[in-house]
Design a protein around this ligand. Structure first.
Ligand SMILES: [Zn+2]
Length: 291
């Protein structure tokens, strides 16, 4: 099987029962994540069909919003918005949230954003957002966007490399994509293996590494790839990931230190380069070696 991020042949593997976060869903449903020797990403050995999506995403999959989740969402969405705004000088930013789920991120954004969302189900949120229902691979959008966000949705897609190419075509020149995913090279995944909090088989069809994401982004045409902190996301993910590792006795007493320094999830952003124009100095000189 080939790596879904960099297309190299995978070699070793991790076996894992069906889980979601720290919950064991079904011990007898066993899955195999193949490890890429080139970029260290994990690829689930499974080709999803329509039946898979019906079974894997039943109504129990989506969490109910309690007070602590609302607080964590508020912190996470506010920090993400600050990071996004930092990249734009424009007064109005058109944004498409890919895999917008319940639409809570769109609801959290201020009015500087023209907000759009796409998912398989339309969420019930305010009418100020434009919502699309369908598959990002085939949906025909009436326009392109300044900013694309994928919050923990790329790992659910069967061909992330192909999807990134499609997303590149949906961005305006100088636009930017922002992605969060699990991290195959995090302490939680490396030490916790099948207990990694963000493994989520069979819904997570890949667990990218930073290298895997950087390769897939740059091969899709993106430049200026930047990685951002994620310590504020899922405060207890490392705790639950290490519950069966003997190293927990060393890591738990220093938990905040490890959580701060070792990113359990990846937050990456990248730019669609501007179109070359006749005003571009490299074109003015023609790059023809006339001197
Ligand atoms: Zn790879």
């Amino acid at each position: 099987m080939r790596c879904r991020l960099c297309h190299h042949h995978t070699r070793n593997y991790i076996n894992a029962p069906e889980t979601h976060g720290r919950r064991l869903i079904n011990r007898s449903n066993n899955y195999q994540y193949n490890i890429c020797p080139h970029c260290n990403s994990l690829t689930l050995d499974l080709s999803p069909d329509d039946n898979f999506y019906r079974q894997a995403y039943d109504k129990n999959y989506y969490p109910t919003l309690n007070f602590s989740i609302k607080i964590l969402n508020f912190i996470s969405f506010s920090l993400k918005e600050l990071i996004i705004i930092n990249y734009f000088n424009k007064k109005q930013i058109s944004l498409l949230d890919v895999g917008c789920g319940d639409g809570l991120f769109l609801e959290s954004l201020n009015h500087r954003f023209h907000t759009h969302g796409i998912d398989f189900h339309k969420p019930k949120i305010s009418h100020r957002h434009r919502l699309f229902r369908g598959n990002i691979e085939h949906f025909k959008f009436p326009y392109t966007f300044d900013c694309l966000t994928l919050w923990h949705s790329l790992e659910h897609l069967p061909q992330p490399h192909k999807t990134l190419k499609r997303l590149f075509s949906l961005l305006n020149p100088d636009g930017r994509i922002f992605i969060t995913t699990p991290s195959a090279t995090s302490l939680g995944c490396t030490l916790g293996r099948q207990h990694y909090f963000h493994l989520d088989p069979p819904r997570h069809l890949s667990i990218p590494s930073s290298d895997g994401l950087a390769i897939a982004l740059s091969e899709s045409g993106f430049t200026d790839i930047k990685f951002h902190p994620t310590f504020y996301e899922y405060p207890l993910d490392l705790f639950w990931s290490l519950r069966s590792s003997p190293l927990k006795y060393f890591i738990y007493p220093l938990y905040p230190f490890f959580k701060l320094l070792n990113r359990q999830t990846i937050f990456v952003s990248a730019k669609k380069p501007p179109k070359p124009t006749s005003k571009n100095p490299s074109h003015k000189n023609g790059n023809r070696g006339t001197f």
